[in-house]
Design a protein around this ligand. Structure first.
Ligand code: FAD
Length: 441
């Protein structure tokens, strides 16, 4: 009797971008290959895509998670998007044309009391921030700035702002100016504008606090060059395209892995029916595998190796080198908040791309009704010109708080905040115009 050798089995845990890319690569590489393998993707949730999730809101197509292709030159995501014609759409989508098509003339920077901040004040701070970040991103090693060892992006930026002020000493700070900015001195205003850029950076990096963002590592992050764009037909079309080559049934949904058990290398033999890895699922079922590709998020990995986690995700526990790597890497929470203006509101006020400059948390001038979780929100803007859907990004503990609040509280806190920037628009535009003239704009 001739024994039929069982094909080795590869199981991929997670059907997000990483898991599906691995599945797509393996499956297409094995087509037509005689000695191939069995493949399976197990996903804990009820849908594919993980942190990529395109949906509809207020009649527009929105991205709940990943939004941008960060640089199109050489990007495999862009290549797929082009191939499947996802770069054009009849339907309105979160195109963010104000952000990246340099239509920034329609953007405004407003301070908490409602006044329009003169671009002549915003621009030097904006270019200072860009300069500091490109410096941090291009340095391969820790640098010594003014004799200080830099450990975090937060401390580097703080020092950069201090040095900027030192360089301007005696040039601009006079009583006349203090009066011109209402409750704000120029320094307070500049610090708060700098804070807007810091807060945007927090949402880019997922760092709740930039003091926790490693300075040396910043230069290791590589982006593709070229335009940063959104995908008109939705990021999810990339996911669907990757998954479309896989035969039906290869992706199993609702299959949360609770333990990855390594039975020992003595069981390792690609041609034997006993396999070296046993996956345990939350419903008590098991699956054997020869190889496992784990693509769960860093947060799931951290929870899975923590002392408190019951039994842990890995049995036996991962070697300490791997554990240390998982523990050392940081991660954070980033959330997007979408709100739709009622038709009435939409007609009453047209919200521009608005950067929001807040007073310090301890300032006597701060608007007491603005909730603390809104105070690090850098901006609010319609998802495309004239859309009634507004978007703001949240990071860190503010993002976590948002998750715990009900819709009514969020809408209330958000409206209170936005109206404190916009309701006095006419009154403060006057001040803004005054400044425009004074600063030669
Ligand atoms: C709000 C937000 C905005 C973002 N914006 C951008 C952007 O503009 N551009 C960009 O490039 N990136 C962006 N990102 C990051 C991007 O979404 C992620 O880097 C990417 O989607 C991660 O893919 P992944 O496959 O590694 O992980 P995930 O998408 O997290 O996939 C992991 C999968 O594993 C599953 N899983 C977890 N545990 C188990 C288990 N025990 N058993 C079985 N399955 C399990 C999860 O359900 C999930 O489906 C953003 C992220 C967020 C949250």
């Amino acid at each position: 009797m001739k024994m039929v050798a069982e094909k080795p089995k590869i199981v991929i845990i997670g059907a997000g971008m990483a898991g599906l890319t691995a599945a797509h690569r393996l499956y297409t590489a094995a087509i037509g290959v005689k000695e191939s393998f069995e493949l399976c993707v197990v996903e804990g949730g009820q849908r594919i895509g993980g942190r990529i999730n395109t949906t509809e809101f207020g009649g527009d197509r929105i991205e709940m998670g990943a939004t941008w292709i960060h640089g199109i030159c050489g990007s495999p995501v862009y290549e797929i998007a082009q191939k499947i014609k996802s770069l054009e759409s009849e339907k309105s989508w979160e195109c963010m044309d104000d952000l990246f098509e340099e239509k920034l003339s329609t953007s405004e920077t407003r301070a908490e009391d409602g006044f329009l901040v003169n671009p002549a004040i915003v621009e030097p701070i904006s270019s200072l921030f860009q300069k500091l970040m490109s410096f941090a991103q291009s340095k391969a090693e820790k640098v010594d700035v003014s004799g200080m060892q830099m450990s975090s992006i937060g401390s580097f930026l703080k020092l950069g702002l201090e040095q900027y002020w030192d360089s301007r000493k005696g040039k601009a700070e006079d009583e006349e100016e203090v009066k011109m900015f209402g409750n704000w001195s120029r320094k307070m205003l500049e610090e708060a504008i700098f804070g807007v850029f810091e807060n945007t950076q927090r949402t880019y990096t997922g760092a709740g606090d930039l003091l926790n963002l490693d300075y040396a590592a910043e230069s290791e992050y590589r982006m593709f060059s070229g335009d940063e764009i959104t995908i008109p037909k939705g990021y999810i079309t990339i996911i669907q395209s990757l998954a479309s080559v896989l035969p039906p049934g290869m992706i199993q949904l609702g299959r949360k892995v609770v333990k990855i058990e390594w039975l020992g290398s003595e069981n390792y033999d690609d041609h034997s029916s006993s396999k070296p890895v046993k996956l345990h699922f939350c419903d008590g079922s098991v699956m054997q595998a020869d190889h496992v590709i784990v693509t769960v998020s860093l947060g799931v990995l951290k929870a899975g190796i923590s002392e408190e986690s019951e039994g842990g995700l890995f049995s036996p526990p991962l070697p300490s080198l791997k554990k240390e790597a998982i523990l050392k890497l940081g991660y954070g929470v980033v959330n997007k908040l979408f709100l739709q203006l009622s038709q009435e509101e939409g007609n009453l006020c047209k919200i521009p791309f608005m950067k929001m400059v807040f007073h310090r948390e301890d300032s006597e001038f701060r608007h007491k009704k603005i909730p603390w979780w809104m105070r690090k929100t850098a901006s609010v803007y319609p998802i495309y010109n004239n859309s009634s859907v507004l978007l703001s990004w949240f990071a860190g503990k503010e993002a976590l708080e948002l998750e715990s609040l009900d819709d009514e509280t969020i809408i209330d806190g958000f409206s209170t905040t936005v109206s404190s920037f916009i309701s006095n628009m006419n009154q403060f535009q006057q001040i803004g115009n005054g400044l425009d003239e004074q600063m030669g704009h």
